[in-house]
Design a protein around this ligand. Structure first.
Ligand code: NAP
Length: 433
C-alpha cells in the first residue's frame, strides 16, 4: 500500500502532467487512444487472464470484456471533437463557450468489470484533457497496474493515468487534496454515499454509478423462448455480479405457466465450472465474504416467506448452484441488491401492476420489457424509472449511448460523448474587441 507521502508525490506528478496534457489538441489526444486500442488488441488474452485470476470471471467473458473496452476506446478515438469552441449569438461582440478540463480526477472502481469500469471512466475523462488517478478495488491492483502500463506503452505522457495501490480508507485524504478536482465512483450505495459526502464537503464534483435491482418484465404476448434464454443469461452472466443484471423477473400472471418452466430449464444450464476453461459459463463469485452475504440474503428472503423455485446451493467458498425464489411485496429482500447467482420472481396481475412492481425499488439502472406490442413497449419505456430500458433484449451498456442511473443507482453520465464533458467546465467568454 502507498504511504501518504507516496500518494502526494503521485498527485503532484498528475498535476504537472495535467498542465502539459490539456494543451494538446483534441485530435492529438485521440491519436494516442487509437494506439491504446491497438495495443490492447495485441494483448487481449493476456489482459483477460488478469481479470479471471483476480476475480474469477469465466475466461470467455473476460475476453469479451477486453474486446468491449477496445470498441469503446475506438469510439472515442474516432469521435467528433465535442469540446471545440462554440460561438453563440448574444448582445456582446464576442460570445463563446470553451470547455475547460478540470484537472486531476479520482476514479474509485469496483472489481466486477475491472478493465471496463476503470477505462469507461478514464478514457473520456482523459480525452477531455484531465489526468486521472485510480483507486481500484483492493482485489484488482494487478488490473490497475496493467492499465497504467498500457497508457505508458501507448505513448501517453507519464502521469496522465496513475494507479494508486491504496485501500478505501485513503480516499478521503486523496479527495481533500486541493489538486484533485472531482471523483467518479462505481460501486455500492454505501461507498457512493460516503465518497459523495466527502466530495460535497470539499465542493468537488462527483459522479456515482451505483447498484441496481433491475426488472425483467415478461408480458403475456412476449416471445417466451427468447425471453427465457436471454433472462437466464441476464441474471447469471459474470456469476450474477453485474450492476445492470436482471435481478427481479416480473411476470404477467397470464405468462407465468408458459414462461416460468422454460426459464427454469434455461437457468439449470448454468453449472459451475473452471474459470479458465473457454466453455465455462458460470464460475465462482469474486470473494468468499460476498458469497457469505448472498447466503444471508437468501435466508432473509426465506424467513419472510419467499417460495423456492430452485434452491441456492453452496458448492464451496465461492461457488453455487444458482437459486431462484418467488417473492411478494413486503419481503425486505426487495430493498436489497442481490449481487450473485440468485434471482427473484414476482407475479403481476396485469400490465399496470407489472409496471408498479418494477418501479417499487430504490434503484433504477436498466430495466427490460418483453412484449410484441410496440405501443405497450414504449409505454413501459416511458414510465420505468431507470436510466435505460431495453425492449426484447437484455440491458447492456454501449459506447455510443449515455449510461447512468436514476434514484439510488446514482447520478452523472458515463459513455457516449456526454461523458467527455462530465469533468469539464463550460466557460462563457464575452466581451468586445
Ligand atoms: P464497493 O464495495 O462499494 O467497492 C467499490 C469501490 O469503492 C472499491 O474500490 C472499494 O475499495 C471502494 N470503497 C468501498 N467502500 C468505500 C468507502 N467507504 N469509501 C471510499 N471507497 C470505498 O463495491 P463492489 O463490491 O466492488 O462492487 C459491487 C457494487 O458496484 C454493486 O453494488 C454494483 O451494482 C455496483 N456497480 C455499479 C455499476 C454501475 O455502473 N452503476 C457498475 C458496476 C458495479 P476497496 O476494494 O478497497 O474496499
Amino acid at each position: 500500500m502507498l504511504s501518504v507521502n507516496q500518494i502526494e508525490t503521485k498527485i503532484n506528478k498528475a498535476n504537472l502532467s495535467f498542465i502539459e496534457w490539456k494543451k494538446n489538441p483534441f485530435t492529438q489526444r485521440q491519436k494516442l487512444f487509437s494506439k491504446l486500442a491497438s495495443l490492447m488488441e495485441s494483448k487481449t488474452e493476456k489482459l483477460a487472464s488478469i481479470i479471471t485470476t483476480e476475480m474469477n470471471k469465466p475466461i470467455s467473458q473476460s475476453i469479451a470484456e477486453i474486446e468491449k473496452c477496445i470498441l469503446m476506446i475506438k469510439y472515442y478515438a474516432e469521435g467528433e471533437d465535442v469540446l471545440k469552441v462554440e460561438k453563440v449569438s448574444t448582445s456582446f461582440g464576442v460570445s463563446e463557450i470553451h470547455h475547460s478540463p478540470m484537472g486531476i480526477i479520482l476514479g474509485v472502481m469496483p472489481w466486477n468489470y475491472p478493465f471496463w469500469q476503470a477505462l469507461r471512466f478514464a478514457v473520456p475523462t482523459i480525452l477531455a484533457g484531465n489526468t486521472v488517478v485510480l483507486k481500484h478495488a483492493s482485489i484488482c491492483f494487478g488490473t490497475g497496474n496493467a492499465i497504467e502500463k498500457l497508457f505508458e506503452e501507448s505513448g501517453f505522457p507519464k502521469g496522465v493515468f496513475q494507479n494508486l495501490e491504496v485501500g478505501h480508507a485513503a480516499v478521503e485524504g486523496i479527495l481533500e487534496n486541493p489538486l484533485v478536482k472531482g471523483v467518479s465512483l462505481t460501486g455500492s450505495e454505501p461507498a457512493g454515499a460516503s465518497v459523495a459526502s466527502i466530495a460535497g464537503k470539499n465542493i468537488k464534483k462527483s459522479v456515482l454509478e451505483l447498484g441496481g435491482s433491475d426488472a425483467f418484465i415478461v408480458l403475456e404476448d412476449a416471445d417466451f423462448d427468447k425471453a427465457a434464454h436471454v433472462g437466464a443469461l441476464a441474471r447469471l452472466q459474470n456469476c450474477g455480479q453485474t450492476c445492470i443484471a436482471a435481478k427481479r423477473f416480473i411476470i404477467h400472471h397470464k405468462a407465468e405457466s408458459s414462461f416460468l418452466p422454460k426459464f427454469i430449464e434455461e437457468y439449470k444450464q448454468y453449472t459451475s465450472g473452471n474459470a479458465m476453461h473457454k466453455d465455462t459459463k458460470l464460475s465462482g463469485m469474486a470473494r468468499k465474504d460476498l458469497a457469505d452475504d448472498l447466503v444471508k440474503q437468501y435466508q432473509l428472503a426465506l424467513d419472510y416467506g419467499a417460495e423456492v423455485l430452485l434452491p441456492l446451493e453452496r458448492i464451496d467458498d465461492i461457488r453455487f448452484v444458482p437459486g431462484l425464489i418467488k417473492v411478494s411485496i413486503g419481503n425486505p429482500i426487495l430493498d436489497e441488491e442481490l449481487f450473485g447467482p440468485l434471482g427473484m420472481v414476482m407475479i403481476g396481475k396485469n400490465d399496470k401492476e407489472c409496471l408498479s412492481l418494477a418501479n417499487a425499488t430504490r434503484y433504477g439502472l436498466g430495466n427490460s420489457v418483453w412484449t410484441r406490442d410496440r405501443e405497450k413497449a414504449f409505454y413501459f419505456a416511458e414510465n420505468l424509472e431507470s436510466g435505460a430500458v431495453a425492449i426484447n433484449e437484455m440491458t447492456k451498456s454501449m459506447p455510443e449511448l449515455p449510461f447512468g442511473g436514476a434514484k439510488h443507482s446514482g447520478y452523472g453520465t458515463e459513455l457516449s460523448m456526454f461523458a467527455v464533458k462530465e469533468f469539464t467546465i463550460p466557460k462563457s467568454i464575452v466581451g468586445t474587441l
